[in-house]
Design a protein around this ligand. Structure first.
Ligand SMILES: *Cc1c(COP(=O)(O)O)cnc(C)c1O
Length: 507
């Protein structure tokens, strides 16, 4: 009512992109109804229709930029089915690939609210409640995983961005010259970073983009369980110090991307402390598991790190994109990123108000924190722990089921990732298993399964073995879904084996 009277008094500008409250309500309700139907029907849908790029492009068409606009209602009635019917559903109970979680619906509502109010979290003054919610979200994430909640931190787009920010903060904190002003050439001494061979590729991107070059990455060997070897780390740091290089960061991964293994974080912490090197933990995937009281002490030692990357859009079920970097040195991020430009008003008196543009790469920033904050409030610590625990139990159940199946070979189980492969019955006990053929067969099998639409798995390379990989970060996956996996894999495996074996000449 009030809207109508006030809009009668206000001159109305007719802008193509504007929408009245009434129109928004009508279109929005319709959209929300379709999304509600999607949530209910998702388990009965295929995970994907596995359409080709040509199929998809023909749906979208090849028209150039439209000169004239189209009515919003018409657009949505066309685009909602386009998106809903032609996507891969990572919220599907049998989507067990990569580390992409089922998105919490409250996060979708949060994104709608955030986009509608549209606060800019670069400056506190333009986003008072939103910036305070982000600060609380950062503290809650720390609290959840047992990291000091007096830490600093910021929400970013993903694990890559979170790890990048930590990398830049470490570089600034440890380099013995003013690296922000002098750059890399100031002192003829070279910065070095240490990480296991199982580290995610963010580290190459960071070393490259920051100009220290990928050769500055000291790749540390792993043991048989994909865990960084402490003896090799120690030796490598000593060697670099002798040459006058500057070791500035050691990366420990809490949940490697392939197998979910956890580096020996307590030992890494001891070395970093002794050597005065920044300890960073890439917990993009595994950090939330530290919330479980029963989680291994090695994982909970992430509390000792100078910085931690954690990805709520992975194991905290936030819609993409949402990640966070935490650092126990609250000033480290502004010290690495702030330039205090003249075009923003600075209130020196109140440093408790975070102007987040000073904490990272972005200037204008969206309200990513809202979906994470609402997710944490809606589930509570108990609900989050319960979901993570159940995911881990399902991965263990899958590992056991695979282990008992005579045509499947279980390989690894860590956190909520199980890896395994299909081995035809007659090759299982063969004196020398044809590994090249098994790799080829399992590679084809991942494709076959992904195309099938019943189940979505991904792959891992462990040693020389090409493996299937199931990662459960999905509160919709049930026991029944997991129990159905071995037979689906074996059926597809047998079919492929019949097609591929004659040509491979293995027997
Ligand atoms: C997923 C992942 C990343 C990258 O995170 P994004 O959110 O995809 O950018 C980095 N490290 C690890 C261990 C990961 O699992």
């Amino acid at each position: 009512m009030r809207d109508e009277t006030s809009s009668m008094r206000r001159p109305i500008r007719s802008a193509a992109l504007d929408m009245s409250g009434a129109e928004f309500r009508a279109l929005g309700h319709e959209l929300v109804d379709r999304i509600g139907e999607l949530l209910d029907s998702m388990p009965d849908r295929p995970v994907t229709r596995a359409e080709s790029a040509a199929d998809i492009r023909s749906l979208i068409g090849t028209a150039g930029l439209p000169e004239q606009g189209t009515d919003a209602g018409r657009l949505l009635s066309e685009v909602v089915p386009l998106i809903i019917e032609h996507s891969v559903y990572n919220g599907h109970p049998r989507f067990l690939a990569y580390i992409t979680s089922s998105p919490a619906p409250i996060g979708a509502l949060a994104d709608l609210l955030a986009a509608s109010v549209n606060p800019n979290l670069g400056l506190w003054e333009t986003s008072p409640v939103a910036s305070e919610i982000e600060a609380q979200t950062v503290r809650w994430l720390a609290e959840l995983i047992g990291y000091p909640s007096s830490c600093g931190g910021i929400m970013v787009s993903g694990g890559n961005a979170a790890n990048f920010l930590a990398f830049v903060a470490a570089r600034k904190a440890i380099a013995p010259w003013n690296i922000r002003e002098k750059g890399l050439c100031a002192d003829n001494r070279r910065l070095r970073v240490y990480a296991s061979r199982a580290t995610h590729t963010w580290i190459q991107k960071a070393a490259d983009v920051c100009g220290i070059g990928t050769e500055a990455i000291r790749w540390i060997d792993t043991d048989g369980s994909e865990r960084l070897s402490i003896a090799s780390l120690d030796a490598r740091i000593e060697e670099d110090r002798r040459k006058g290089d500057v070791p500035f960061m050691v990366v420990g991964t809490a949940g490697t991307v392939s197998t979910g293994s956890i580096d020996p974080l307590p030992e890494i912490a001891a070395i970093c402390k002794e050597q005065q090197i920044w300890m960073h933990v890439d917990g993009a995937y595994g950090a939330p598991a530290a919330a479980l009281p029963e989680s291994p002490a090695e994982l909970r030692a992430l509390a000792l790190a100078d910085s931690v990357a954690i990805d709520p859009h992975k194991w905290l079920y936030s819609p993409i994109e949402a990640a966070c970097v935490l650092t126990r040195k609250p000033r480290a991020l502004p010290e690495a990123f702030s330039f205090s430009p003249s075009y923003y008003r600075h209130e020196e008196d109140d440093t408790s108000k975070n102007d987040y543009y000073e904490f990272g790469m972005q200037n204008t920033r969206g309200f990513r924190a809202l979906k994470v904050w609402l997710g944490l409030r809606s589930a509570g610590r108990a609900g989050v722990c319960e979901a993570i625990r159940a995911d881990m139990a399902l991965a263990a159940q899958l590992y056991d089921a695979v282990d008992q199946h005579e045509e499947l070979e279980a390989h690894t189980l860590n956190l909520s990732i199980a890896t395994f492969r299909y081995v035809p019955a007659d090759l299982r006990n063969a004196a020398s298993i044809a590994d090249a053929y098994l790799n080829e067969l399992n590679r084809a099998l991942v494709g076959e399964i992904q195309q099938g639409g019943e189940l979505f798995l991904s792959n891992a390379m462990v040693g020389d073995c090409y493996l299937l990989r199931a990662c459960v970060v999905n509160f919709r996956t049930t026991d029944a879904d997991i129990q159905s996996v071995p037979n689906m894999v074996v059926e597809a495996g047998r079919k492929l084996d019949r097609e591929m074996r004659p040509a491979a000449g293995t027997n």
